[in-house]
Design a protein around this ligand. Structure first.
Ligand SMILES: [Fe+2]
Length: 377
């Protein structure tokens, strides 16, 4: 008899699913997307937005009075698009389909139409909305920007394995160079419904589930989703979804070369007067070395390196959601990262919680208690 692959004997998680728990993938998804293509934002001040973007490590592809397109050094389309607007906001995510036929298939299955993307991007898109109200574009056939020279990883002497003799280690204190967009994290008042929508429509599969301690029987409250590329490995998460009192963007993450790039790039951002939210540390779910920053509009963005890649054979891991369980090493998760710093953000979230608790969604008093325990556990 063929044994299923055991993902839990020290391979990636201490716990697997219990009988009857969420399987973490749809039986017959409409399409299987290949990757996250780009994120779209609105911001009032594109000059300020670009200054931060350059210090963070992006390269500007396009700059007009009304639009900014930013890229990493990897080949492909821009990874961030910012349009000028009176107020700042997250507009939505674009996911890359395997080909234009998959975009058409998704349009037909959802009763939408395939539209051409602007000439600056090329290709086509189908515009959908997830159950949390977030805009989701699925795209294909865009122009491929050629690869740019990137940072080179350092040669490390590790104990007896000597790779560097008669040579020094001098990482320059310069902006890290962003290679590519890695993932986006979204919060939802309809987490499970939204999760199931992504599994069914985009063919994403769950790498790890988190549950509130003492509430596992009520189901998960966070999931890290990867692309199903068959035997080709994919990032541990391309999208993460979490239950919360409002529907909102949480953070997005951009890959840089290595720990030196994360650390020296961070020193550069501090020198420029930007604000670190939380870091440097190493995550558990996904294993990335991380460093979180606040951009001038208050959006949380992450530099990361050395993340896990899984093929489609691993089953979801299960773990309780705790603040201390967010990292293997590093400083304790900050109030800013956890979203509990007193201020307008917290006030907005508290107001949202009051109306969400009265509404028809998945966030109730029991879940609020579970969430409040996370920060102190
Ligand atoms: Fe992240």
């Amino acid at each position: 008899m063929n044994e299923p692959p055991d993902a839990h004997s020290g391979l990636h998680s201490e716990q697997g699913a219990l009988r009857g728990e969420h399987p973490g993938r749809a039986v017959a998804p409409i399409v299987k997307i290949r990757d996250l293509a780009w994120l779209e934002f609105e911001k009032p001040d594109l000059v300020k937005a670009e200054a931060f973007a350059v210090a963070f490590g992006f390269t500007t592809v396009l700059r007009t009075a009304d639009e900014l397109q930013l890229r990493g050094t990897d080949e492909g389309s821009p990874c961030v698009i910012v349009r000028r607007a009176a107020r700042s906001g997250f507009v939505g995510a674009a996911f890359a389909a395997a080909d234009t036929a998959d975009v058409t298939r998704l349009a037909e299955a959802t009763g939408r139409t395939v539209r051409p993307l602007p000439e600056t991007l090329g290709g086509v898109a189908v515009d959908l909305t997830d159950p949390s109200g977030s805009a989701v574009r699925v795209v294909a056939g865009m122009h491929r920007l050629p690869e740019l020279p990137g940072q080179q990883s350092h040669e490390f002497n590790t104990g007896r394995r000597i790779a560097r003799i008669n040579a020094t280690q001098r990482p320059p204190r310069e902006p890290a160079r962003v290679r590519r967009l890695g993932h986006v994290v979204l919060q939802s008042t309809r987490y499970l419904e939204t999760l199931n929508w992504y599994l069914r429509h985009l063919g994403l599969i769950v790498s790890d589930f988190l549950f509130y301690e003492g509430q596992r029987e009520r189901g998960p409250v966070m999931s890290f989703l990867r692309c199903d590329r068959g035997s080709t490995p994919a990032d541990h998460h391309t999208l993460a979804l979490t239950l919360g009192p409002s529907n909102r963007y949480v953070h997005s993450a951009y890959e840089v070369c290595d720990l030196d790039a994360v650390a020296a790039g961070g020193e550069y951002l501090l020198d420029q007067g930007y604000r670190r939210s939380w870091g440097i540390g190493r995550h558990i779910q996904g294993s990335q070395i991380f460093d979180y920053w606040r951009d001038p509009d208050g959006f949380l963005v992450e530099h990361y390196s050395d993340g896990d890649l899984f093929d489609n054979t691993l089953e979801p891991g299960w773990a309780p959601m705790t603040a201390s369980g967010l990292a293997q090493w590093g400083p304790p998760a900050t109030k800013d990262f956890l979203g509990i710093t007193p201020g307008p953000g917290l006030l907005h979230e508290a107001r949202a919680a009051l109306s969400t608790l009265r509404g028809d969604n998945e966030f109730d008093l029991h879940r609020l208690r579970g969430l409040m325990k996370v920060a102190s556990s």
